[in-house]
Design a protein around this ligand. Sequence first.
Ligand code: FAD
Length: 339
Amino acid sequence: MTGSGAGRAAVVGAGVGGLTAAVALRQQGWAVTVLERARILEPVGAGLGIAPNALHALDAIGLGDDVRRFSAVQGQGGIRRPGGRWLVRTDLGALADRFGDPQLIALRSDLVGLLAASLADGSLRTGVTITGVDALDSDRPARVFTTDGELDADLVVAADGIHSLIRATLFPTHPGPRYSGLTAWRFVAPHTAGARSVEPSETWGRGTVFGVVPLADGRVYCYASAPAPPGVHHDDETAELKRTFGAWHDPIPGLMGTVAPGDVLHDDVYWIAEPLPAYHRGRVAILGDAAHTIRDDFPDRHRAAEHRDLAGWARRTHDDGPAAGPGSGLDTPTLGNGL
Ligand SMILES: Cc1cc2nc3c(=O)[nH]c(=O)nc-3n(C[C@H](O)[C@H](O)[C@H](O)COP(=O)(O)OP(=O)(O)OC[C@H]3O[C@@H](n4cnc5c(N)ncnc54)[C@H](O)[C@@H]3O)c2cc1C
């Protein structure tokens, strides 16, 4: 690695975290290779709330305005009871006054597509699984072991998600992710005549939540969560949603009625309950869900804000080298829930 930033960086994981880091590093002159185990970057995921500080990070890498173009602004909305009564009305426009930008909602696949398109040609290697990393000697390049051979790198960015192999390798005594007690569903309801009149809202039952957020194209992003034991899946997740939320206020039953079972994403929610002792080891920096997945009682809390750190960190690598990992100057991770 050189002080000019003209080193080789291997980014493990092509999620929002890894791709954002890769774009930022490329802009700082690094030769970047992104290693992703999925064979193709499929348009997975549903909606994604983009908090103002995440947007500021995207501005720092020159992509903020592209994101604004395909996103909807979350304006007035609020919190409701299952019968429909509003508990509180909120105006998310106030966020813009306080933080300089509004809360946006986009399709995750649009954001991932934009980030991937901003990489250098040939720098994304899909269908490659990382099987190990040797990071502990800062006098020589790190070595990444993959199903497609070995790779030396001056900097390794571990963005391999909540069940990170690299985290477990670097911090073998860390207990890893903990189940939150909640299971979550997400889907995008197709465009319907009434969709434009849907107000953004989150409805709170007893430990259960259902959120509806209109997207820019007229479709509606829906998310829900409920207490459940881990690992329980249903043959028909739509039926399970209707069983839990079918008697709730309009437009919830109608929105659930438009979605095919195969289009509902269902995940148990895990989090990193015990903070890591550091976000780097040797030449490896760890970020995103791999580093600090927060507990998300209501799944639409906005965590991509760490990418604000990423942009600043990418700038710092220019002078400091890989030891200055994301969060290295911070006592605690800065996340979107600071809103
Ligand atoms: C229900 C729900 C709703 C959410 N809503 C929001 C929201 O509205 N706004 C928001 O900001 N955040 C939201 N989040 C959180 C957000 O989705 C995550 O924080 C974010 O996607 C994490 O990105 P990441 O890049 O760190 O990890 P990931 O997106 O998990 O990416 C990790 C990548 O690494 C790859 N990988 C893993 N292991 C290997 C390996 N060994 N070799 C090669 N590749 C590997 C994976 O295939 C994957 O592509 C939500 C989360 C949940 C569960």
